[in-house]
Write a protein that binds this ligand. Structure first.
Ligand code: PLP
Length: 402
């Protein structure tokens, strides 16, 4: 019998060590701000995962743990079945998270002072990791066009050449602008990387969330694993994946890197070994294997919920809050909202959203150049939560007479 999911049930997460719900004061937000910032979901994970975790917790012993073949098989089958990508067990390197993995890659594959390129506005830990590790930050800002965001490929080429870029951290699909980079776009970037000898760390953590409708030119939107675009890409990339976004398991700290090239893999593994990380957490292993084996039905139901939430936001903005514009997403469950027509600077916008509306979103400026005037909102929550957040923002805008 199929599991039944009610993604509109509001679950109280307060007092559960939740970064989203329990740390407003510490992070400078009003204690009663409704949080739709960090990318985890206010929705329960697949029932088979909950059942498996319950079985293990009833055993009551949480000793050192490591995966065997069935774990790797489940991970590889997911990518074969849903991303049309044949992989090998030996390519997989486990880490406790993608951010940790990217830090290891930066250290393993570049030296202090080397240039590392990112494409802002982009997931802010990329910039922080580059700077904290003493590397030079190079930015190829995304181009905002009437048809959505694009990579400025000429600027990309120029920056790679002029700055002697060694490593490129790609966000695919892109958080926060919601682009799912298409094969042709990836090929253009790969071509530049091949000519200039750049290694690519492709963060594909959002790859299981692609909207099932065609893009504005009528072409179906599809996620393409970066390593598939060419032989050079396969031999010179690290593909970062995790079940954490797909199945809402971020607190279980498990992710899987795919590194087809042995030399590259050994360098990254050596850096991870230097950090002292070895065994994965038991619950992360159990959850990852179970989710990839038995979570696909849940994911289908979840995608329907997210799609309906997206439609709700689109309609709400059009009818109730036309000053705020939705950047149409092709993927992810994070929406990029354009507040620029309100004419507020970032401090004024923060006051409006956080203090007056009492909603906690991620301010666009956190994502780097091009993010000013935007806010990122997480729609992986019950409709009621989303409606409450949007209503609070609408009312705050009205009160200001904007
Ligand atoms: C693009 C991207 N990469 C990585 C992460 C975090 O990954 P992890 O929790 O595995 O470090 C996020 C979370 O929001 C993300 O959006």
């Amino acid at each position: 019998m199929r599991e039944v999911y009610d993604f509109d049930q509001v679950i109280d997460r307060r007092g559960t060590y939740s970064l989203k719900y329990d740390f407003a004061r510490e992070r400078g937000m009003p204690y009663d701000a409704l949080p739709l910032w960090v990318a985890d979901m206010d929705l329960p994970c697949p029932q088979p995962v909950r059942d498996a975790l319950r079985r293990y917790s009833e055993m009551g012993i949480f000793g050192y743990s490591a995966p065997k073949y069935p774990y790797y098989e489940a991970v590889m089958e997911w990518f074969a079945n849903y991303h049309d990508w044949g992989t090998e067990e030996k390519w997989i390197v486990r880490t406790p998270g993608v951010v940790f993995a990217i830090a290891q890659c930066i250290r393993a594959l570049t030296k202090e002072g080397d240039s590392v390129l990112i494409q802002p506005p982009v997931y802010y830990p990329f910039r922080q990791l580059i700077l904290k590790n003493g590397r030079k930050l190079v930015m190829n800002q995304l181009e905002e066009t009437a048809n959505g965001y694009r990579v400025d490929i000429m600027d990309f080429y120029r920056k790679v050449e002029d700055e002697n870029v060694k490593l490129f951290i790609l966000c695919s699909p892109h958080n926060p602008v919601g682009r799912v980079w298409q094969r042709g776009e990836l090929q253009e970037m790969d071509e530049v990387c091949r000519r200039c000898g750049v290694t690519v760390v492709s963060d594909e953590i959002h790859s299981d969330f692609v909207m099932s409708y065609p893009d504005r030119y009528g072409n179906p939107v599809q996620h393409t694993v970066y390593a598939k675009v060419s032989d050079y890409a396969r031999e010179n990339s690290v593909i970062c994946t995790s079940p954490s976004k797909t199945f809402n398991l971020a607190g279980l700290q498990i992710s899987n890197l795919f590194i087809p090239n042995e030399d590259l893999r050994n360098k990254v593994k050596a850096e991870i070994a230097r950090s002292g990380y070895d065994e994965s957490g038991l619950m992360g292993l159990v959850a990852c294997e179970t989710a990839y084996r038995e979570g696909v039905y849940w994911l289908g139901e979840l995608r329907r919920h997210l799609y309906r939430n997206l439609q709700f936001v689109r309609r709400f903005l059009e009818t109730e809050m036309p000053q705020v514009k939705l950047v149409e997403p092709q993927g992810t469950y994070l929406l990029w909202l354009d507040f620029r027509s309100l004419g507020l600077d970032d401090a004024q916008k923060a006051k409006l959203v956080n203090e007056e509306a009492k909603v906690w979103l991620d301010a666009g400026s956190m994502f780097g150049p091009g993010g000013e005037g935007f806010e990122r909102i997480n729609i992986a929550c019950p409709r009621q939560t989303l409606e409450e957040a949007l209503t609070r923002i609408r009312d705050a805008i009205k009160r200001r007479g904007l």
